[in-house]
Design a protein around this ligand. Structure first.
Ligand code: HEM
Length: 532
């Protein structure tokens, strides 16, 4: 129990900042626990979904652990696919089956399309002015349609094909360089930090597409992977005051709010300077050469958004904050999720040499022994590659609990009463492991996707790594294009092994904690150039 409470404090961002207060709290909780344990089981109420017993004040917080998607799946096996928890005083509906997810995201879609308020989102996401945290309503609708039609449409994603191919070429060259440096010294093979390569690839593609150039360290820019990482960690933290209002002072005292303010400011300073640079450039170019969305292929997302701001869509004005908030979403929602697919796919391929060979055979069979990179035209017939990516999204769903939603009205589902203002967490990771849908659900078997016809576009509720309904991820095509070209090239150009000839069986698969789940420790592997 003590371990659970300490984990909870860590999740709430209090662990290293407020040790004495944390331990005092734990002591108080333990005393309360003894006193009130008999009263801890939820009052039987047939019209509410089943609930595990909860503790006074904190409710079920202590049962989340460091990997909530795992703890919640275990709890749902005992209590059912619609389960009611409490985080402090907030009711939380946990959804763990395809049928229940369909009820939430399709049958009662409108009632569940809002996002919860949170002090962290408010401070980090410009007071909910981005798409991902904006309340369901007219502002969100306008911002999402700008994103879907102008930034992430299939046509627009295709138009940035050269950027993806060039950045993939950079990654392959970097790996080749590492191989030749190390083979000319002591070893004939080289240990590479693949996680780092994948973060750089994804971040650089997003930077070039969104901002017009790279801002990674060596390019002298101010946007580092570290800022994004800190940002993501904060998004995965819970502000205790959102759930137990009388404890809200804690987040001031323990420095959480100060940290959020610092990271939000760093991000804003960076985005402000980029947007200003683009506006200055546009003014300098003058009217004739000015980039307009309607009549000329624009350079990057900031140009497009400035063009929209100038043209002003009927009845909607996109202001400076809106532009920065939209760009923020591209980084925050796009970077860790997209690179996590490459990281987990390579991890599984290294652990399963049979699958690695089968994929290499497909890729090498289609393009032969070319020295140039594989282009997007070559990917069309690579069905096994696409199955590998889907299986990775199933077994290692980058956002295992999707993004939280909140109900806006009372709804009845499967005879259960779900009250307005209930927080909703959909365990897409757990749904992807349902043995009713997937045979041997814990096994990594891309073959299952060659025959089952399941797609991730939000129509098959058994497989929803990108969510579904109105709030579905608008970046599917963008992410998949980077993952496909990155993975195809990396397995085509090199043969791979784990360092020291290790077998995949003992590989440390520990997950990081937070909203996007990556490997806890970077993936290191040995590359041997493939000579055909
Ligand atoms: C493998 C990569 C990705 C995964 C697994 C992923 C997953 C998700 C999920 C689960 C949601 C919430 C959906 C829901 O509530 O039903 C979401 C929302 C969102 N994603 Fe992605 N995403 C990925 C890549 C991207 C990329 C590359 C971008 C942009 C460049 C992006 C932009 C967004 C935005 C703006 C939202 C908010 C949508 C809304 O609230 O209406 N995502 N994503």
């Amino acid at each position: 129990m003590l371990r659970h409470l300490l984990q909870m404090l860590q999740l709430l961002g209090t662990s290293d900042l407020l040790q004495p207060v944390s331990f005092a709290l734990v002591a108080i909780f333990l005393i309360l626990l003894y006193k009130w344990s008999s009263a801890s089981a939820t009052t039987a109420n047939n019209s509410l979904p089943p609930s595990p017993p909860k503790l006074p004040i904190i409710g079920n917080f202590h049962q989340l652990g460091l990997h909530p998607h795992r703890s919640l799946l275990a709890l749902s096996k005992r209590h059912g696919p619609l389960m009611l928890l409490h985080f402090g005083s907030v009711p939380v509906l946990v959804v763990s089956s395809a049928e229940a997810a369909r009820e939430i995201m399709k049958t009662h879609e409108i009632a569940f399309s809002d996002r919860p308020k949170s002090t962290i989102y408010e401070k980090l996401a410009y007071n909910y002015k981005d798409i991902a945290t904006a309340p369901y309503g007219e502002y969100w609708r306008q911002m999402k349609s700008i994103c879907v039609l102008n930034l992430l449409s299939n046509k627009r994603v295709r138009s940035f094909r050269a950027v993806r191919e060039e950045e993939t070429q950079f990654m392959i060259n970097k790996i080749k360089d590492c191989c030749s440096i190390l083979s000319s010294s002591s070893s004939s093979s080289s240990v590479l930090n693949l996680s780092e390569m994948f973060v750089t690839l994804t971040n650089d593609v997003i930077c070039r597409v969104a901002l017009g150039r790279k801002y990674s360290g060596e390019e002298g820019g101010k946007m580092s992977n570290e800022i994004i990482k800190e940002f993501m960690e904060l998004l995965g933290t819970m502000d205790i005051g959102d759930y137990i209002p009388w404890l809200s002072l804690l987040s001031h005292v323990n420095g959480l709010h100060a940290k959020i303010d610092k990271v939000a400011k760093q991000f804003d300073d960076f985005l402000e300077s980029v947007v200003q640079e683009h506006s200055d450039q546009m003014s300098k170019s003058g009217n004739d050469e000015r980039v307009h969305v309607e009549n000329k292929e624009p350079k990057d997302f900031v140009d497009i958004l400035l063009g929209i701001q100038e043209g002003s869509l009927a009845g909607f004005s996109l202001d400076r904050v809106g532009i920065k908030a939209l760009i923020l979403d591209m980084f925050v929602a796009g970077t860790h999720t997209t690179y996590s697919v490459l990281e987990w796919a390579m991890t599984e391929l290294l652990r399963h040499p049979r699958i690695m060979s089968k994929l290499q055979n497909e890729v090498r069979g289609i393009v032969g022994n070319i020295t140039d990179i594989i282009t997007e035209d070559d990917l069309v017939g690579m069905h096994y590659l696409k199955a590998v990516i889907k299986e990775t999204l199933r077994l290692h769903t980058p956002g295992p609990l999707l993004l939280p939603r909140v109900s806006t009205q009372d709804v009845k589902i499967n005879d259960y009463d779900i009250k307005a203002k209930t927080l909703v967490m959909i365990n897409a990771w757990g749904i992807g492991r349902d043995p009713e849908t997937f045979e041997n659900p814990e096994e990594y078997e891309p073959e299952r996707f060659l025959n089952n016809g399941l797609d991730y576009k939000g129509n098959d509720f058994q497989f929803i790594p990108f969510g579904a309904g109105r709030r579905i991820c608008p970046g599917i095509q963008f992410a998949i294009s980077i993952d496909e070209i990155g993975l195809a090239n990396i397995v085509h150009k090199f043969n791979w092994a784990l360092p020291g000839g290790a077998s995949g069986e003992g590989f440390d698969m520990t997950e990081s904690s937070g909203v996007a789940v990556n490997l806890k420790y970077p993936l290191k592997a040995v590359a041997l150039p493939y000579l055909g």
